[in-house]
Ligand binder design. Sequence first.
Ligand code: SAM
Ligand code: DTB
Ligand code: SF4
Length: 333
Amino acid sequence: MNSPLFFPAKVTRDAIAALFDLPFTELLFRAAEVHRAHHDPARVQRSTLLSIKTGGCAEDCGYCSQSVAAESGLKAGKLMEVEAVLAAAAEAKAAGSERFCMGAAWREPKDRDMDAIEAMIEGVRALGLETCMTLGMLSDDQADRLGAAGLDYYNHNLDTSPEYYGEVITTRTYQDRLDTLDRVRRAGINTCCGGIVGMGETRADRVGFLHALATLPEHPESVPINALVPVAGTVLGDMLADTPLAKIDEIEFVRTVAVARILMPKAVVRLSAGRESMSDSTQALCFLAGANSIFTGDRLLTTGNAGSDADAALFARLGLNSDEMATALETAG
Ligand code: SAM
Ligand code: DTB
Ligand code: SF4
């Protein structure tokens, strides 16, 4: 399961810390080697997010605009109608997206919402899009229903190290998250599990976070790495506004992506939230380090995103997903 290329048989925190400590160019070289062995390095998947139920969430995640504990000014809405979700998915597909991720600001879904959720999954799949949902904690029965409806991925993040977690969220435990991930896996759904960097955590927490992911019973098939998007009125957004130096260093962010790639060679590593404030060069380093999916469009769930035009320009500049580039690769040998 581990990379035969660069990773020791036993995934310990010390071994992961040693990867982080490598000279940056050496780390990137190793990550790029692992990436090329398992993925097409000239392709980056484009995904679109939609908030199907916004705001009013009972959890207290310190980064999130949608928590009732945040004073972000966000209004709580109801679950969207199935038709409206399918219209947004069709639009995303027409704009070139391959994957559609639906997020709800719930602690957990209510059973009465499950019929609509199933119809969304079936409808989005029928459009030829990969489906992902993130709805909070799940019961066994809910996970089974999502699996039976054909859901491709369920996103449920560990977010950070077990040690730092309690500084960020108090209303559900790390173990609660691990339990939901188990239910998802047992229901035959691919797991999408990652977290956020730049929440004031230490390097040791980033090591602990990636250790937790890489030692799950199976590697997640999908690993979103988010950089904190600071939202005013949230605990962490306000922290970052007061202490701008706490913002994650971009090289450290790229290191985190590279180590994730080496530890979980087959996973799709998603360069997720936070791209809007990242330079093209940093994003290019993330792709070199093994990121192979982004969220396109001008919105994530509730916050802004770079937008499809900016992404098309970035891809053209970097020669990603381009047929001409495939020819150039062949010619260059
Ligand atoms: N309510 C569901 C849950 O948390 O399980 C799903 C939605 S939640 C918005 C999905 C993930 O988005 C979170 O686990 C977190 O990692 C990420 N996220 C939320 N707000 C963020 C922010 N301001 N910056 C970066 N990532 C964020
Ligand atoms: C994930 O790890 N990142 C995406 C997705 N899973 C659902 C969400 C990012 C949300 C960023 C903040 C917002 O727009 O509200
Ligand atoms: Fe709720 Fe999810 Fe936001 Fe946490 S991250 S407050 S669970 S919507």
